[in-house]
Design a protein around this ligand. Structure first.
Ligand code: PLP
Length: 435
């Protein structure tokens, strides 16, 4: 399949090129040339299919013949090696737990899929690509773990000093091998600015291939559509219409859900639940899209003032504002509402939601569910990732899962930088990547 740039000022590329480049040369996001609905029989028989068969059938048209069936299935087997259960919260609400992967963040699936695809494309050559990524928390850990030991790929992660949790910092700084952590004296926006400058700096890009590993990359973005199909498979027997509420920051996850709907999956409505970073909520109210500086919240993986994937959502609705509003809503919640919801969920069902999941729950509540509807909110991180907030809000202790224990007693290894010149000199002088 070919992918085109949404800025419409660059040539079409293959799946492999889109994955390697990340962003098109005209700075546009790549988008598939076509999205062909799957046959009705796929959705009729989905309960008899296993995870890999479902994922393979859904992603195959986007990959085309660039990765043969057996190799693609083996990549998917590797990527999808954990569970995605829908857990009952109330009579008509369930939560789709996406945190059972190696770093307990839903970004594990996209990061691992992207890593395995790059590995496949590099299998017979000595090409090197550097994945350069800024993280405010979960992306870095998932990317570091997903790319660990992958041939032909070096990873450089920038994170803000003191702004990520101790567990998140350990997940980035304790792996070694091809993973390099740079601690930035500054905030997340400073990290992001340095990464953007590096991508635009020809003195770097002429010497060293750079790519990004956030959800602008199609290999990070598209596999997220599997979650929605897995949830559909698991809840089909209820015979109800599904309403999905997705805690959203860059809107990659919910956008992938809309792709699953385009593939023919029945969905009644999509709710993008956000914290006070409400650019899209305001857009749906006024028709004016006005990006803002991000505001820090307790659901910090969603502190995004200019969601990069929203343009893909608009494209999925052929840029028709009225059509978008029929299938898609967005609601914003404050930190105090989020904490209140965490308590309410815990009191009524015993379920421990992290702040992001709680925002998702609030979105379903605000949207309201009819008798024949079943609401699913996506639980995007294990509560242990936001340990202090969860323990303090619910006045409880959370058991530390194995995946997290593993990193707790390892030493952090990182370099500290404070300005762009230091990043540049690191990227130009680091010779490890050439061996
Ligand atoms: C990244 C992230 C989100 C937001 O996902 P988008 O695809 O950027 O909308 C929500 N919750 C958690 C825990 C995340 O790490």
């Amino acid at each position: 399949m070919e992918f085109y740039s949404l800025n419409k000022n660059a040539s079409n590329v293959s799946f492999a090129e889109a994955v390697v480049k990340g962003l098109a040369p005209d700075r546009g996001l790549y988008f598939p040339e076509q999205i062909t609905a799957l046959p009705d029989s796929f959705f009729e028989n989905i309960e008899s299919m296993d995870t890999i068969e479902i994922a393979y059938t859904a992603i195959q048209q986007f990959v085309g013949d660039e990765i043969p069936e057996a190799d693609l299935k083996s990549i998917l087997t590797d990527v999808l090696s954990f569970d995605f259960p829908v857990v009952k919260v109330t009579e008509n609400i369930g939560t789709l737990e996406l945190f059972h992967g190696p770093t307990m963040a839903f970004k594990d699936v996209g990061a691992r899929f992207m890593a395995r695809c790059l590995e496949y494309f590099n299998r017979d050559n000595d090409d090197h690509v550097t994945v350069l990524v800024a993280t405010s928390g979960d992306t870095g850990g998932a990317v570091a773990r997903g790319f660990l030991g992958v041939k032909g790929v070096d990873v450089v992660i920038l994170y803000p000093n003191g702004k990520v949790s101790d567990i998140q910092e350990r997940q980035l700084t304790t792996l070694g091998q091809n993973i390099k952590a740079l601690r930035v004296d500054g905030v997340f926006d400073d990290c992001q600015d340095m990464v953007k400058s590096a991508f635009l700096d020809e003195s770097i890009t002429s010497k060293r291939g750079l790519t990004s590993a956030n959800s602008i990359n199609i290999a990070r973005w598209l596999p997220q559509l599997f979650y929605f199909l897995f949830a559909y498979k698991e809840t089909k027997k209820l015979g109800k219409d599904l309403v999905f509420s997705v805690p959203s920051g860059n809107f990659g996850n919910i956008c992938a859900g809309i792709v699953a709907h385009k593939l023919g999956m029945p969905v009644k409505h999509f709710v993008a639940s956000v914290n006070v970073n409400d650019t899209v909520v305001k857009y749906l109210e006024t028709g004016n899209y006005e990006p803002k500086a991000s505001i820090p919240t307790i659901s910090n993986a969603m502190d995004v003032g200019n969601p990069s994937n929203f343009i893909r959502i608009q494209q999925l609705f052929d840029n028709n504002f009225e059509d978008l509003k029929k299938d898609f809503s967005s609601y914003s919640f404050s930190d105090s509402e989020t904490r209140k919801a965490m308590k309410e969920i815990n009191h009524t069902s015993g379920y421990v939601a992290d702040p992001h999941g709680a925002v998702g729950y609030l979105g379903l509540e605000k949207h309201g569910l009819q008798d024949n509807e079943y609401g699913i909110f996506l639980e995007t991180a294990h509560p242990v990732k936001f340990l202090d907030i969860v323990e303090e809000t619910l006045d409880t202790k959370i058991a530390i899962p194995e995946q997290i224990k593993e990193v707790l007693d390892k030493d952090k290894v990182f370099d500290t930088i404070s300005k762009y010149e230091e990043l540049k000199s690191y990227l130009l002088n680091d010779t490890d990547y050439k061996n």
